[in-house]
Design a protein around this ligand. Sequence first.
Ligand SMILES: Cc1ncc(COP(=O)(O)O)c(C=O)c1O
Length: 400
Amino acid sequence: MTRSSLLCRRWVKGTEPAAPGVRKAGGAGPAFGMTRATPGGRLPQFPWDQLAAAGDTAGNHPHGIVDLSVGTPVDRVPGPVRTALADASNAPGYPTVHGTPELRGAYSAWMDRSHGVGNIDPIAVLPTIGSKELVASLPGQLGLGIGDTVVIPDIAYPTYEVGALMAGCTVVRAEGLMALGPERPALLWVNSPSNPTGRVLPTAHLAKVVSWARARGCIVVSDECYIDLGWDSVPVSILHPEVCGGDFTGLLAVHSLSKRSNMAGYRAGFLSGDPALIASLLALRRHLGQMLPTPIQAAATAALDDDGHVMAQRARYGERRLKLIDAFERAGFAVGHSEAGLYLWCTRNEPASDSVDWLAERGILVAPGTFYGPAGARHIRVALTATDERIDSAVARLVR
Ligand SMILES: Cc1ncc(COP(=O)(O)O)c(C=O)c1O
């Protein structure tokens, strides 16, 4: 277990307001920017900026770069989604933060049909502007702050840490519940299928997490952005009756249309689960104006109503995955986990930067495991998100 503690002070000594967040009119406040600590200063360097040199090397390859680093979809947005977007383009009025009943109903129906969660009341569904903004703001929006602990996976999507640090919480990385000992965290993130490892947490494991958290009054937030992309395992939602007994108290599930529907450019995500938590987040987010644009709501509804495009996209990724597994193994990498999701978690038992540089020389750009925590020091993450032509080019370079 590693603890990245943080010391964040919202107000620099001597400038504390008399009442929290409110200063009396006429009081001599500090000149803005001179004494106030801004939250950005507490965050690590933006990971992707550290890949610039490897990106330049890969970009100089005579057959062009094969970018397997970021995991951004490259295939076409499904036809029904684009039609719905266009049909809803005459949208002069404000959308609501809660979203249309059609959108929330389509989400509930999808969770029932595709993931066996049949009791999501559309009232307790919240559309989000993609899921990254939610992940980054959730601890703060739930009222967590200094003195609260947020547990994230040992090897984790970086924004879990960012969101906790932004709120002033202490972050603990833990591989399992045993590592937490007597810790009583306020919030625990799980991510299955995982970015970056592709690991799937089995039903029994998730059920243990739920009962452990309930015994401690800890909220569990389950990031399920890759739930539709299981290969060797079937991913299960935290809201599934075999995990939570049909009781959503203290549980939240995060979903996204970015990967399963090639809609990363649309920014459409969802939060569902505990009706009381959703209601309080909705009340807050209405004040903040965190609305999904009307045409995007219509497009998202169409995406949730149509399973065909998800199957077709899965098939594309499935083929690319098999080609890349074979090629990376032939190049001396071991592929671990990677049983679901959009990434291969690979190692040649050398520092991640050596693997990144070796691949960059061959024009292939991947992410070092260090982006996801110290435990990723000897791994790289390889995204399946490139065109068939680029994947074939990468394969040819690796098996030569
Ligand atoms: C685990 C995980 N959660 C959330 C996100 C955010 O996705 P989006 O904001 O596109 O919904 C990503 C994106 O890569 C991710 O990998």
